[in-house]
Design a protein around this ligand. Structure first.
Ligand SMILES: [Zn+2]
Length: 181
């Protein structure tokens, strides 16, 4: 029984890991395109592309533990973590993170900033910058696309750099409605 439960549990986590894997996959496609452009690419850059395609999500952790720590979402996440309820935490995160309006970096200004850095790196033929910043841009663009697919519209955090607290929704339905305007 325990064995089967463990396998099912593994499947559960793998299923929810999908989003991160998609980010990585996009990073790999990007590395492949760069390889075509540069006619070669070293393993170092492939690893950097993988890193760049997920690194900006550190912002979720910063939100939970630093600048967003007083908001209900961060509070709940830390509570579940303390209680060791990892599965519930994973589900809670899954159903709420798309509606988190409080993230500092997931907005069009950061997209523009990283596009600028990518182009600058490209112009100066600084490959590290092209790989890293380009992968970050692709991460953010995929997240925007994912918002439209999951929520039907962009989370309002994308449109402004000003911090918008993520208020506790009154009901589960409002978790999705919270990002509407
Ligand atoms: Zn993200």
């Amino acid at each position: 029984m325990g064995y089967i439960r463990r396998i099912r549990s593994l499947g559960f986590y793998l299923w929810h890991m999908n989003h991160m894997l998609t980010h990585m996959l996009i990073g790999m496609v990007y590395a492949w395109i760069l390889r075509e452009v540069w006619q070669q690419i070293s393993t170092q850059y492939i690893i950097l592309a993988a890193f760049g395609s997920v690194v900006i999500d550190i912002d979720h952790l910063l939100y939970f533990f630093t600048y967003g720590r007083h908001e209900w979402y961060a509070f709940e996440v830390r509570k579940l973590l303390r209680q060791g309820q990892l599965r519930t935490l994973w589900l809670f995160w899954k159903y709420n993170h798309k509606s988190n309006t409080g993230l500092a970096t997931h907005n069009v200004y950061f997209v523009g900033f990283f596009i600028f850095l990518s182009l600058l790196s490209f112009q100066h033929d600084w490959k590290t910058g092209v790989v890293l910043f380009g992968a970050i841009v692709l991460h953010l663009i995929y997240d925007m696309f994912d918002d439209v697919m999951m929520l039907g519209h962009l989370n309002k955090s994308w449109k402004s750099i000003k911090h918008k607290p993520y208020h506790e929704p009154d009901s589960v339905e409002e978790v999705t409605a919270a990002a509407e305007y």
